[in-house]
Design a protein around this ligand. Structure first.
Ligand code: MG
Length: 162
């Protein structure tokens, strides 16, 4: 009999604003003209991965665990929250097989930061670098991401019964 396996998906988007750092996958993008606005550090990539993990384990979503009505999560470090989500998933009896993700961003070009994001996410999640994928695409000028109003991220994860 094969091991029990679960998959999960996650999606998030945040608005771009002046005067904010741009943090993606726990990495601050130096030279970015605008950053993402939000209650926490607005790390849209890490948020999508957290929701995918919670989804795979059927443990709700990040709004349930880290509500924006709670002062504790104001300007929260999303990488620390990812660590807490991984702790919850493992406590529920799962091991993390892999994380895959896509960032939808018109500008700036992000590929130079890919490996730094992968390393940061892998360390926070306690998985091997080879189990973490971060991809980038533009939206070809279409929609909110294409017009540079915001950045979106999608994630998929697989869990195996530990
Ligand atoms: Mg978010």
């Amino acid at each position: 009999m094969s091991a029990e396996v679960r998959t999960g998906i996650g999606y998030d988007s945040h608005r771009l604003a002046e005067g904010r750092p741009l943090i993606l996958g726990g990495v601050e993008i130096e030279g970015a003209e605008r950053g993402l606005s939000g209650y926490s550090d607005a790390d849209v990539l890490t948020h999508a991965i957290m929701d995918a993990l919670l989804g795979a384990a059927a443990l709700g979503d990040i709004g349930l665990h880290f509500p924006d009505s709670d002062e504790r999560w104001r300007d929260a470090d999303s990488i620390a929250l990812l660590g807490e989500v991984c702790r919850l998933v493992r406590a529920d009896g799962w091991s993390i097989a892999n994380l895959d993700s896509t960032v939808v961003c018109e500008a700036p070009r992000l590929s130079a930061w890919r490996d730094a994001m992968r390393a940061r996410l892998a360390a926070a999640a306690g998985v091997e670098l080879g189990a973490v994928s971060v991809k980038f695409t533009t939206n070809e000028g279409m929609g909110f991401a294409g017009r540079g109003e915001g950045i979106a991220a999608l994630a998929a994860v697989a869990l195996a019964r530990a």
